[in-house]
Design a protein around this ligand. Sequence first.
Ligand code: DGY
Length: 323
Amino acid sequence: MNKPKVIVTRCWPAEVESQLKALYDVQLNESDIPMNADALKLAMQTADALLPTVTDTITADIIGVDNRRVKIIGNFGVGYNNIDINAAKGHGLVVTNTPHVLTDCTADIAMLLLLMSARRASEAERMILSGQWTGWGPTQLVGQKVTGKTLGLIGFGRIAQAMARKAHHGFGMKILFYVPSAPEQAIVDELQAVRCETVEELLSEAHFVSLHCPGGPATKHLINGQRLKLMRPSAHLINTARGDVVDSHALIKALKAGWIAGAGLDVYEGEPNINPGFLELDNVTLLPHIGSASEETRAAMGNRVLQNISAFFAGLEPADRVA
Ligand code: DGY
């Protein structure tokens, strides 16, 4: 029997690509240059499975292409707001993601950003790199203490809970969270976490706010100018979720005007373009979407996609089916 044809849109960890080569008739992307809409449409017409990632926008137009052959989209990423999921459902297309395996690494990056922002680490490093450090000073680069402070989490899924564990058990932080539907009580109890009734309540109480909700139209600009004004002037905002959850113009205004003390960002509206306003600020820490970027996690994400498509081609239900 012919092996199913699989198209991978970006470079993947070498060990996963080797497995793909062994199991499938695979088209890899050695250049790692993202495919444009026409190339994605052609891929939909020529492969049985498309394996895209968060940098590929899979629109209704691409999904609805004439003579589509693809039956499963195995997304390399837990977030799947890059895919028009309603269009996929409408066309009976199976879509899977890669949950669980990136939880800890993404929570680590959220914690890293929190610490860097609180303790002004980027600004401090820039001082050394630019040759401007003249020596220790009692009032130099004074930031905010983290231990014992209050962390507010917007969204309370796996990554938020992993961050809450690190913050509560490692840094003695008090945990507040906002989420529309109640989580398991055992988790809330373990973290001595307090559920806020509204986003506004959480924003006005927390010393640090970390975003962990999904991207997409429902959460676009959830954090806007009005809400940033509710935060403490000493507060820091951390975003490892999706860029469009925050109105970047409003955040730049808030950071410039001192409505909040700092921000740590791993994701951006319209990335890889970054609002140039951020580049002029000292009180923002900027990382290039590296939440899941550890050797172990990236390999595990690839393996998770492999398991999903193997199940599908064996006529079974893929474990991480989202459409
Ligand atoms: C995801 O998986 O959604 C991340 O943003 C990329 O690791």
